[in-house]
Each structure stands twice: as structure tokens, then as C-alpha cells.
Design a protein around this ligand. Structure first.
Ligand SMILES: Nc1ncnc2c1ncn2[C@@H]1O[C@H](COP(=O)(O)OP(=O)(O)OP(=O)(O)O)[C@@H](O)[C@H]1O
Ligand SMILES: [Mg+2]
Length: 377
């Protein structure tokens, strides 16, 4: 492919500018559009992303169709960005799945149809993944070790650490077993132990990052017009169902990412060290939260088999793996979205926002429901 010169391209739009990346659209002289990603501080990570995209496209037809190619990459030789790494890929003219859900006048039927197709196509891709036979009869233990490791990592997070030391938590007026205890109850269940009887369901190259803001829909009237961007290069080896779990985790991900929640609690009261309560309130407009719930709650609804409404042919072992991977998504999310500061929007200590705590509480609620379902309560 002919090498393009970044200097001959016009920047027409910026999607995001953070301390990690600048992401936007550039056009060439023939009015073709590309998305660029510039690493502000970590060239190595961006290079890893480039390599991952290439590897995924070379190993999987599904990815060759759904994940755009790297059109150009390099390091800026002069100017403000001198020394920084960048890459270009084709612009997918459309919008992210999450942005569609957030449009108040969106057609629920169309988005529902796209959602189901995304789930079933992703499941099909997860099943066709190349599995590493080194994990035959030990994949369950491998996933368990990832979950345990993500719990241990919480000890390093200052604003979350005090939560770990509490006993039961009261969340939305219901008593919940705290995270360590409930996760160990799950991991010790016989159904989870039995996963080690299976052949490998662990894979070494994956995208791992299908949450709704990494899914681009070209045209909502044609559900099959979806693509993916932005693989998670912080994970190398995992169960491919982690990728589907990441999509099902879109609602808490977006609620944290767009700061659409507030937590009412006595956690920040000085000298308070036990009996903490937390009431989580989402701030999305009602039509938006209703649509997120309509789409994603069937997976969370442990009491019935509403999951079959979205993924009709999922097997028992697959569902258990999916739930373990969802738990892993939430636990990793606490660390990935960690912020040491609390924001106090109404100047009252009893209302705060903190992404890590929000995801911690969401993980506690999910894990308690999962434990209850596993033990038949
Ligand atoms: N090809 C594209 N078409 C439409 N929107 C895009 C495209 N590429 C990126 N975007 C927009 O830019 C946003 C950020 O891009 P991207 O997901 O690559 O970065 P990021 O999530 O900040 O990166 P990371 O997760 O690695 O920190 C996307 O969520 C989407 O809104
Ligand atoms: Mg992204």
C-alpha cells in the first residue's frame, strides 16, 4: 500500500483528546476519510494495538470483515507531536452502538434487532476462536486465577481499599455479601470446579473489548452493518467469551464513563467504619435508562432464563463461563477506571461520584445474584 504523508491530510474532527490519545478524522485530497490515533505518552501501547489489529485480521475472517485495516502508521518526525506514534484506519461512517442507545428518539425495534445479532454473531465468533491446547482440563482454573488476581489488585486502590475491609454492605436497601467472600463462594461452587473437565476454552489472541462504544453501526436499518474498533491490549490470554461479556457490560461501562450516576452513602462520613449503605441512582434520561435495561437486563436476570431471549442457543457451561467473564469485566473495570478523587456534586458528603466505587458496588450486586442462583437460593 502506498505510504501516506500525514502532513498532506486535513484534520476535520476530533473524537477524543485525553492524556493518553488524540483520536479524530483526517481527509486526503481525494476526500477519503480516515481515523487517526496519536499516542500522547505511550508509543509502546499504540504499537501493541497496531500489532494486535494485524494479528486479529490475519487469524480470523470475522475480524478481517469487522475490524478495519491499519492504512498507515509511523512516528512524527517534527512539530509538536515529534517522536509520537500514530496510526490511520478507514473511517466507518456511522456511530457507536452506545451513542445510538443514548438517542432519545431511537427506534427500539431496530436497535433491539441489531443487539440480538451482535450477541449471536459474537457468540459464534467466540466459539470459532482458536483455543490453546495447553489449557485443556485447566481453563476453569485459569479463569479463576484471573478473577482472584483482579481481587488482589483492589488492595492497591486507596479509595476502594476501605470498602474491602467492611463486612456486609447495604446496597439499594438490600444486604449484600462483600466482594471477596461472595467471589470465593462462587469460585468454590462445584459447577465452576467442573469447568476443568472441559478441553481448552482459553485463547491467546483476542480483541477482548466489544463494549458499546467500540462497536460502530453504519446503518441501523441494516443490523449486519457493524464493525469493531479498539482492541484491549492489556489482556493477552483469556476465554473468548470475555469479548461477549464485555459487550454485555456496556450498561455499567457507559454509566461510569459518561458519569451518569450518583451514590448516596455514609461511606465518606468521618469516623464511619462499619454498617455502610449505598444507594445508586442513575442520571440518564428515563427513556435512555429504560432502553439500556430493556437490552441488557435479560442477561443479568438470574432468576429466569430471559438470557435465552437474547442468545437462544447458549449452553449451560457457556452461560457459566459468560457469567464468570462478566464478573471479571466488572472487577477489572474497578482498577481500569479507578480514580482517587471523589466528586461531591451537591456539596453534601452523602452524595458522591467515583467510578471505581460505582463498579465495585455493581460487581458486588452481580456476584451476590450469581452466587444465589448457583446455590439455588
Ligand atoms: N471509525 C470510527 N467511526 C466512528 N467513530 C469512531 C471511529 N473510531 C473512533 N471513533 C470514536 O472515537 C471514540 C474513541 O476511540 P477509541 O475507542 O479508539 O479510543 P479509546 O476508547 O479512548 O481508547 P482506549 O480504550 O484504548 O483508551 C470511540 O468510542 C468512537 O466514539
Ligand atoms: Mg474505545
Amino acid at each position: 500500500m502506498k505510504k501516506m504523508q500525514f502532513s498532506s491530510l486535513n484534520v476535520s474532527h476530533i473524537f477524543k483528546s485525553s492524556d493518553k490519545y488524540i483520536i479524530g478524522i483526517v481527509n486526503n485530497q481525494s476526500s477519503e476519510s480516515f481515523v487517526f490515533k496519536i499516542a500522547n505518552k505511550n508509543n509502546e501501547e499504540l504499537n501493541k494495538e497496531i500489532n494486535r489489529i494485524r494479528e486479529l485480521r490475519s487469524q480470523y475472517n470475522f475480524m478481517r470483515k469487522r475490524l478495519g485495516p491499519i492504512v498507515d502508521h509511523g512516528v512524527f518526525e517534527k512539530g509538536y507531536h515529534k517522536g509520537k506514534c500514530y496510526y490511520l484506519y478507514p473511517l466507518i461512517d456511522g456511530d457507536t452502538f452506545s451513542h445510538f442507545v443514548q438517542k432519545p428518539s431511537i427506534d427500539h425495534y431496530k436497535i433491539g434487532k441489531t443487539f440480538k445479532l451482535l450477541c449471536s454473531e459474537t457468540l459464534r465468533f467466540c466459539r470459532e476462536h482458536k483455543f490453546d491446547s495447553g489449557y485443556d482440563k485447566s481453563s476453569g482454573s485459569f479463569i479463576k486465577s484471573l478473577i482472584k488476581h483482579s481481587i488482589i489488585q483492589l488492595n492497591d486502590l486507596l479509595s476502594v481499599r476501605a470498602l474491602l475491609e467492611l463486612g456486609d454492605l447495604t446496597i439499594n436497601k438490600r444486604k449484600k455479601t462483600n466482594i471477596k467472600e461472595v467471589v470465593y463462594q462462587i469460585l468454590n461452587h462445584s459447577a465452576v470446579k467442573k469447568l476443568d473437565k472441559l478441553n481448552s476454552f482459553v485463547s491467546e489472541v483476542g480483541h477482548w473489548n466489544f463494549h458499546g462504544d467500540n462497536v460502530i453501526i453504519k446503518d441501523l436499518s441494516s443490523p449486519n452493518s457493524f464493525s469493531f474498533i479498539d482492541p484491549d491490549i492489556h489482556i493477552d490470554t483469556c476465554d473468548p467469551l470475555f469479548t461477549l461479556a464485555r459487550f454485555l457490560y456496556t450498561y455499567p461501562h457507559d454509566t461510569a464513563d459518561y458519569s451518569q450516576y450518583v451514590i448516596e452513602s455514609n461511606y465518606l462520613f468521618p469516623n464511619k467504619d462499619d454498617n455502610c449503605y449505598f444507594n445508586i441512582k442513575t442520571l440518564w434520561p428515563q427513556v435512555v435508562s429504560q432502553l439500556y435495561s430493556e437490552l441488557f437486563d435479560p442477561f443479568l436476570d438470574q432468576a429466569s432464563s430471559r438470557i435465552n431471549n437474547i442468545i437462544s442457543d447458549i449452553g449451560d457451561d457457556e452461560l457459566l463461563r459468560l457469567q464468570l467473564n462478566y464478573l471479571l469485566c466488572l472487577l477489572r473495570g474497578i482498577t481500569a477506571n479507578y480514580e482517587s478523587k471523589f466528586s461531591i456534586p451537591s456539596n453534601k458528603l452523602s452524595f458522591f461520584q467515583n467510578k471505581g466505587i460505582f463498579l465495585y458496588l455493581t460487581a458486588v450486586v452481580f456476584a451476590n445474584d450469581m452466587r444465589d442462583k448457583l446455590y439455588g437460593n
